[in-house]
Design a protein around this ligand. Sequence first.
Ligand code: 3PG
Length: 305
Amino acid sequence: MKVLVATEKPFSAKAVKEIRAKIEDAGHEFAIIEKYTSPEQLREAAADADALIVRSDIVDEALFAAAPKLKIVVRAGAGYDNIDLKAATAAGVIVENTPGQNSRAVAELVIGMAIMAARNKFSGTTGFEISGKRLGLQAFGQVSRHVAEIAKGFGMTVTAIDPYCPVEVMAQNGVGVAESLDDLYGGNDIVSIHIPATPETVGSIGRALIEKMPKGAVLINTARKEVINEAELTQVLEERPDLKYFADVKPACAADLEARFPDRVFFTPKKSGAQTAEANLNAGVAAANQIVAYFADGTDRFRVN
Ligand code: 3PG
């Protein structure tokens, strides 16, 4: 079987070497396309592929049409909103993700951003310590659990809300339970967003929640830009000169926000949460192992469609 690694944002060389070894040791053919600049290039590379390993790369109906031999796509990462699941199912292609494999890396970035915001982007002006402050986590999945653990090491009080996570799990992790989103946003100095982009969540974080944040609060988004109502965020930042928005998922209106609120917003130039040697290796090798297992005996434990 031909396994294509298709990553516009490449894995580390070491991760690629390990992925290749896993694929070839199992008797499959390895191919790779990195830093491609158009969907056509991806379609061309995938034309005779049986399996695909991707990151945030767009896998849509046109790609399935261009890759008729495709049997499985593994998203080396957690969020799979970049893959058209309906089109995949219609094309008879299995889609999997690799949950948890890059979450420590994202969690460390959240804490880094919290400190960067607390220290006014290291401008030399007087900031604050995150120690003793309140951290609210919107959703309590793999990334949040790491964030909570690290934040508690800094002496933060951590509260979370997640309709899909039993409260016992939060308690086991030493995390308080927020009664509502209003309470989460209203009762924390720093709120970190960890929800996926779904039809229910897109545009769901706007004025009603953000304006509840206490004086001097920081909103951190390492999840997906689509969950923010950008027009309302902009309005609240205008009205509340004490609030900050730091994101690893650049908003569509980034240039406007940077021009208007240069000291209070920060956006990574490219999504960097999962961009560590460790996360590349963990997620990439997990993806390779999942493909090898699927071709060996049909194992599809991480299937999402
Ligand atoms: C994920 O969903 O796993 C993260 O957003 C990381 O995405 P990336 O692989 O594009 O860096």
